[in-house]
Write a protein that binds this ligand. Structure first.
Ligand code: ARG
Length: 573
């Protein structure tokens, strides 16, 4: 269904065609040109006449006046001129009915669509590294990717979520060597990744004193590469231990993957890539290593093989890209990875293009995000500047539980709701700002439950649920939409009607923060409405019914929005 804005845009277009049949260069859908006036008393939408003024050679105010005189859609809106602008004031009663009908009929699918039907999007996100504890450096990619997957699903795309595990490289040989010297199975089984990291640190310390260890580490990695039984079984066990820890975090966050094919998965597929690069004449020798020269494109060479024949991160990513194309036949392949890897991906896409894969130009996309620091310092395990995700989520849940126990001692399922609220706080704060913005992690902000936060939005949703629970049965009467003819309700209706557009913008720009913004605006507008109006008014059942329908619509859309960013919406808090 069209929203009110599109309806107004359509009528405006017809008006322009009537008044200025010669007008040129207008887009089919004018809604993109409709602005939101800075002040509400100027109307709900404004159409600037400046572009038309150039092609029509008339002053903008004259055009605005001519259009105003001819605009004739009273069921939608009234038009007024203000300088070079034509301002539209929506027809409230009608707008309320059509918006609420549409939102409530769509239910959980308000804003959903089928434009993605038949198209596949691969999303590479989270992509953690084996033998490293899951830390906040991987929080953004995890929640951004999870949200984007949900948004694309919602628009009818088929999505494939991929955790491209960092599970290949000489460090795993070193870890095995370290384990052989100083490790034991039980300690690692009990201590998890933390213990594995200790072994790796110890290995590096000892290797400084005894360089022969380096050779041992390399030898173990060679064994992994050659499929040696013992090496592989230790390596696989390291992986299991890491994934078991990570799974706990994914479970709490509600994050799932369709595939865990990581770097090691491509180890036996890189040979073919190297061969293809060779055949296409793209490989050149550089001090014994093999590289693709990218100087012409202003980039350093892309390393394909080291002088000892070992593959690199790029080599495996090339194999992965081709594998994904062949396996999933994607229309888009997204890499949700920090902007530090910008060069890596530009090189990757360029090499694919040089190999003759034109789709790399349009279908591959690095969805970059900002850097995470902790109280102004770059994250570093070595320097102890680090926050682990299990710890963060644990603390968030504990804090939520404290607050719930204090404020709603009789609530059932306190623990489960504390999980939803604690996670809500963390996820929301990660998706609150545009993704490219750097995040300086601060405990007080991540655990903040007041102001514009996840728990605040969740709380508003629970408030709507509570209002609806208290509502009398009004099924036998008709709603009086005139009861919604006030600024607070109209604001809510506008936000509801714009939600589908927001979802599309979020998908186009890969920006879940647009949806975070939308649910926050809705929550704020609902609370304003709630303080200024009585929803349940015994003497006015028809008006009450209209306010209840509005409440239900707000509840649905907040829930949908939260779901799309990966936050749950408890009915009671
Ligand atoms: N494991 C990498 C890291 O933690 C991210 C991998 C991203 N995906 C990819 N296909 N390169 O930095």
């Amino acid at each position: 269904m069209k929203d009110l804005k599109q309806e107004v845009a359509l009528s405006l277009r017809q008006t322009i065609e009537r008044v200025y049949p010669a007008a040129q260069g207008l887009p089919e859908d004018l809604s993109g040109l409709l602005e939101i006036p800075p002040e509400k008393k100027l109307g709900d939408y404004a159409f600037p006449c400046f572009k038309l003024s150039r092609s029509l050679r008339q002053a903008p105010p004259a055009i605005a006046q001519a259009l105003q005189a001819a605009f004739d859609a009273p069921h939608l809106a009234r038009a007024e001129c203000a300088g070079g602008y034509l301002n539209f004031f929506l027809n409230r009663g009608n707008f309320a009915k059509s918006t609420l009908d549409a939102v409530l009929e769509a239910g959980a699918r308000w804003g959903a669509g089928q434009e993605g039907a038949g198209k596949t999007v691969c999303l590479d996100y989270s992509s953690i590294n084996i033998a490293k504890r899951f830390h906040i450096g991987h929080l953004s990619t995890t929640v951004l990717g999870n949200s984007l997957k949900k948004i694309f699903d919602f628009l009818g795309y088929k999505t494939v979520s991929i955790n491209h595990l960092g599970d290949w490289g000489t460090q795993f040989g070193k870890m095995i060597a370290g384990y052989k010297h100083w490790g034991d199975r039980e300690t690692i089984e009990k201590g998890g990744v933390e213990e594995m990291t200790k072994l790796y640190v110890r290995f590096n310390q000892e290797a400084e004193k005894d360089p022969a260890l380096e050779e041992e580490g390399r030898a173990w990695f060679k064994k992994i590469e050659q499929g040696d039984e013992e090496a592989l079984s230790i390596f696989r066990w390291f992986k299991d231990v890491t994934l078991k820890d990570a799974m706990r975090v994914y479970d709490i966050l509600g994050v799932k993957f369709d595939s865990y094919a990581g770097e090691s998965f491509y180890a036996d597929k890189t040979g073919q890539v190297v061969e293809e690069l060779e055949q296409k004449g793209l490989l050149i020798d550089s001090d014994g290593a093999k590289v693709v020269d990218l100087e012409e494109y202003g980039m350093p060479p892309c390393l394909i093989l080291k002088s000892d024949g070992a593959t690199l991160y790029h080599t495996r990513d090339l194999a992965a890209a081709l594998y994904r194309k062949n396996t999933y036949d994607f229309d888009q392949c997204l890499y949700v990875v920090a902007y530090q890897q910008d060069l890596h991906f530009r090189q990757l896409f360029k090499v694919l293009e040089l190999m003759g894969y034109d789709w790399a130009k349009t279908q591959m996309k690095h969805v970059a995000f900002g850097m995470v620091s902790y109280e102004g310092q770059a994250l570093s395990t070595r320097k102890g500047v680090m926050i682990y995700l299990d710890e963060l989520l644990q603390r968030a849940q504990e804090k939520a539980l404290d607050i719930i126990t204090e404020k709603s001692p009789n609530l059932e399922n306190k623990e489960e709701i504390a999980r939803q609220v604690g996670v809500g706080a963390v996820v929301y704060s990660t998706l609150q700002n545009g993704r490219i913005k750097d995040i300086d992690f601060r405990w007080d902000r991540a655990l903040n439950f007041d102001g514009e936060t996840g728990p605040y939005v969740q709380y508003t949703h629970a408030r709507c649920c509570s209002v609806l629970r208290k509502a009398p049965d009004l099924t036998s009467i008709a709603p009086d939409y005139a009861a919604l003819d006030n600024d607070e309700c109209q604001q809510l209706l506008l936000l509801l009607s714009r939600f589908p557009e927001t979802v599309r913008d979020a998908a186009d720009k890969y920006e879940p923060s647009f949806i975070t913004r939308a649910v926050t605006d809705l929550a704020k507008a609902y609370n304003k409405f709630y303080y200024e109006h009585r929803v349940l008014e015994e003497s006015d059942p028809a008006g009450t019914l209209a306010r209840l329908l509005l409440t239900r619509a707000v509840k649905n859309v907040i829930r949908t929005g939260l779901t799309l960013i990966g936050v749950e919406a408890p009915e009671r808090m």
